[in-house]
Each structure stands twice: as structure tokens, then as C-alpha cells.
Design a protein around this ligand. Sequence first.
Ligand SMILES: [Fe+2]
Ligand SMILES: [Fe+2]
Length: 233
Amino acid sequence: MNKFVKKDQKIGEIAAKFPKSINIFMEYEIDFCCGGDRPLAEAIKEKDLNEEELLNRLNNEYEEFKSEMNKGIDWNKESNTKMIDYIVNKHHAFLKEELPVTEKLVSKILKVHYISHGDVLVQLHKLFNQLKTELEGHLIKEEEILFPLIKEYEKNPSEEIRKRALKVLDETESEHDEAGDIIKEIRRLTDGFKVPDDGCSTYELTYEKIEAIERDLFQHIHLENNILFPRLK
Ligand SMILES: [Fe+2]
Ligand SMILES: [Fe+2]
């Protein structure tokens, strides 16, 4: 996924693009109006800020802002092809970027907090890896088999193509249920992503990322299960 906010961007440009960045700039005491005409990296350096943390927060906010905007799209009026392209570019790209990064974080906190929180973290490590493996296979199946069939069906709505698509679609729907069950189990295990009092900032970041994956996954599955797939049934 292409991150929207990069450190070489001008602060004023970021502030103009999405309103909530202003709150973050204020919290970090970054001048976004008079000092807006300079790259974010300059302010980070000047104030000796944690660059990764700030960029993550800005990008997470931007993603939220974008999904708010997307709620305005009436997908019922859009073509299958447009929907598929949107799903692949937004939701599949997000998972391809976030799953490997988050997996590394999960392994890291398992090692660092093994003594005090091994009971939860060993399970989390197992569940997250299971989720990652299943989703990665699932995305490939959709991109290589199911989505091309749905696009083909849109151009040539024959019964033969529809039947082929429905067969794969049955499998992908069960995979959605499986992924949903794993993420719900992770939520239960972590008591709603509650970071223990002695958890470090990496612990916090890991839980934030898994929660963002959960949020994105639910929107993603909603588009496929509730809008795209019923068109073939
Ligand atoms: Fe998908
Ligand atoms: Fe899917």
C-alpha cells in the first residue's frame, strides 16, 4: 500500500488534504499554518520526534478519513469490474502490506514479553500466523481465479461462467468465515486489544495494527459477501 503521508511532504499540504491531521499536528506542537510550507521531516528533526510513530498515526488517520469518504459510494450502482479493482487496490493491498509487518511485530513482542505474558502471546503468535497464511492464500485465489471469472461474466453473462464462479465463490465465503473466526478469537484472547500496564510501545503498536487489520477486513468482507458475490447468485 502506498502511504499517503511521507516525511518529505509539506506540512501544509498534509493539513489541507485531511482535517484530522491538524489535531495530530497540534498534539505534537507542529506548526501547520505559518510553518506549513516546509517538509514534515524538518519539524520532526527540530522537535526530536519519533518519526515512525508520527507517520503511522497520520497514515492511520488518513485511512480512516478515506474510508469515511468511501461510505458515500453507492456500490450497488457500480460495475463488478470497478468494485473488484477497488477491493484489490484498497483492501488486498492493505493486507499485503500489513500482514508481514504485523507478523514481525507479533514475533518481537512474544520474545520480549515471553516471561510475563507468554500465555497470551504464544496463542496470539499462533493465531496471527494462521490468519496471515489463510488470508494470503485467499487473496491469491480471488485475484487469480474468482475475480477474473466475475469480470468475464460481466462481459459475457453465460451460465457456464456463472457456475464456474459460484463454485469458487462457495469456497471463498467459507474462508471469510474462517478468517472472521480467527480475528474474533484474537480479540477475545487479548481482551479487546488491551495492552497490559507493563507493555511497551511496540506492544501497543502491534495491537493497534491487528485492530486496524480487523477493521479493514470487516469492510472488505462486507463488500464481497454482501454486494459483489450476491450478483452471481
Ligand atoms: Fe478480497
Ligand atoms: Fe475475500
